[in-house]
Design a binder for this molecule. Structure first.
Ligand code: PMP
Length: 415
């Protein structure tokens, strides 16, 4: 067994996040909405500032110093992101606006070429709308059928049912790597193995996994992996699609325009090589460079140390919340194959009211359906409160959450 990762220096880490040292409603901010958007360290803010202050320019075009530097930093960011997920080649990373755009890119560019009437696409009952609606749209365009792998009451994928669902018309598996509602970490490597044995490619929605656990796209052997920058300490409006080189070579681009062509005639064009073919138009240059700085930050802290820290906090939160009368935590009740996304309900109190009362205590959580309406229906709830952790959260903040929930419950019990 390898040695456990070193404990995080929480004081130093928190000092890197200016947003955290503020008061909200006259209480210290307790930020527990990381599954929606994570906070931004000074290193990323400084990188964005340096970009705009010293080399803001379009890439791949100018022959001038600023443009050359912007191009070099943009491509260096691609190498950083590729390294972070262990892609074999930097050009297997396509910058997108985020997970949603990455999934839509595959649904259009790959899906329209490979999915036909009568074909099946396998999804699971866990999916975020971003890994569901694009496939519905593809299925409608092409006359294909979506089939859903069932989950257990705590949100585990039924692997036996999954293995039985493959048929001669199965074209793709699209599955989340970590649920944004239940925190369930899916057995991605096994899922890919089973799909591979059936000759079917796999897309992983890694929006919630890439920020919180080591994701090695080569070890997982996934064909497509989508994630967002703003959940991994990066800016909003930037994310990535990792795809195996062979798929990207064979796929048509989604966006036609500048920068993605080799030659343009009046009636037809030929495409640039990878990755430019998929990045038509001026991309989010600052965002990509900021994302490069963000993954560097996480790597410097150490992703295994981040996972271990979040596991300890999750364990504490699960214990404290389940100790409260009338509070029900959904999903796995321990940290085995589970991340720090904790959904719960409070008897007799609407999740939005819990969220509002927590906000009054300076505690930021999310309440609602979390862009996973079919999953909520399956779980038999309309909405949940969701607290989601990251590397800068402390045990003290978990205690504050539990105390806040207890106060909210008591308040409604009295009124
Ligand atoms: N998938 C999952 C599992 C998510 O949690 C999210 C963000 N909530 C998305 C996809 C969509 O990501 P984005 O909005 O950044 O495109």
């Amino acid at each position: 067994m390898s040695a456990p990762p070193p404990a995080l220096d929480l004081t130093a880490i928190r000092a890197d996040f200016p947003v955290l040292c503020q008061r909200v409603h006259d209480r210290p901010l307790v930020y527990l909405d990381n599954a929606a958007t994570s906070q931004t360290p000074s290193a990323v803010i400084d990188t964005l500032r340096t970009y705009y202050e010293t080399y803001n320019a379009n890439i791949h075009r100018g022959l001038h110093v600023l443009s050359e530097r912007a191009t070099a930093e943009y491509e260096a960011a691609r190498r950083r992101v590729a390294g972070f997920v262990n892609a074999a080649h930097a050009h297997e990373v396509i910058f997108t606006r985020g997970t949603t755009e990455a999934v839509n890119l595959v649904a259009r560019s790959w899906g329209d070429a490979h999915v036909n009437a009568g074909d099946d696409i396998l999804l699971t009952e866990l999916e975020h709308h971003s890994n569901l609606v694009p496939w519905q749209m593809l299925a409608k365009r092409r006359g294909a059928t979506l089939r859903y792998v069932p989950i257990s009451p705590e949100g585990r994928i039924d692997l036996e049912a999954y293995a039985r669902m493959f048929g001669p018309r199965t074209r793709l598996v699209a599955v989340t790597h970590m649920s944004n509602v239940l925190g369930v970490i899916t057995p991605a490597a096994r899922i890919v193995q089973i799909a591979r044995a059936n000759g079917v490619p796999v897309l992983l929605d890694a929006a919630q996994s890439v920020p919180h656990l080591a994701v090695d796209v080569q070890a997982l052997d996934a064909d497509f992996v989508a994630f967002s920058g703003h959940k991994v300490l990066g800016p909003t409006g930037i994310g990535a699609l990792y795809a195996k080189e062979a798929w990207l070579e064979a796929m048509d681009p989604l966006f036609g325009g500048g920068s993605m062509i080799r030659t343009v005639e009046l009636h037809e064009s030929s495409w640039a090589g990878l990755p430019e073919k998929f990045e038509g138009g001026t991309p989010n240059i600052a965002g990509a460079i900021g994302l490069g700085a963000a993954v560097d930050y996480v790597q410097n802290v150490g992703i295994d140390a981040v996972t271990a820290h979040e596991d300890a906090l999750t364990e504490r939160a699960l214990a404290m919340l389940s100790d409260l009368d009338g509070v029900r935590v959904l999903g796995p009740q321990d940290t085995t194959d589970r991340g720090g996304v904790i959904s719960f309900t409070v008897d007799g109190v609407h999740p939005h009211d819990v969220g509002t009362l927590l906000d009054a205590d300076g505690i930021a959580v999310r309440a609602g359906h979390h862009c996973a309406q079919p999953l909520m229906r399956k779980l038999g709830v309309a909405a949940t409160v969701r607290a989601s952790l990251y590397l800068y959260n402390s045990p003290h903040e978990v205690d504050a959450l539990a105390e806040g929930v207890a106060r909210a419950k008591a308040f409604f019990d009295e009124h």
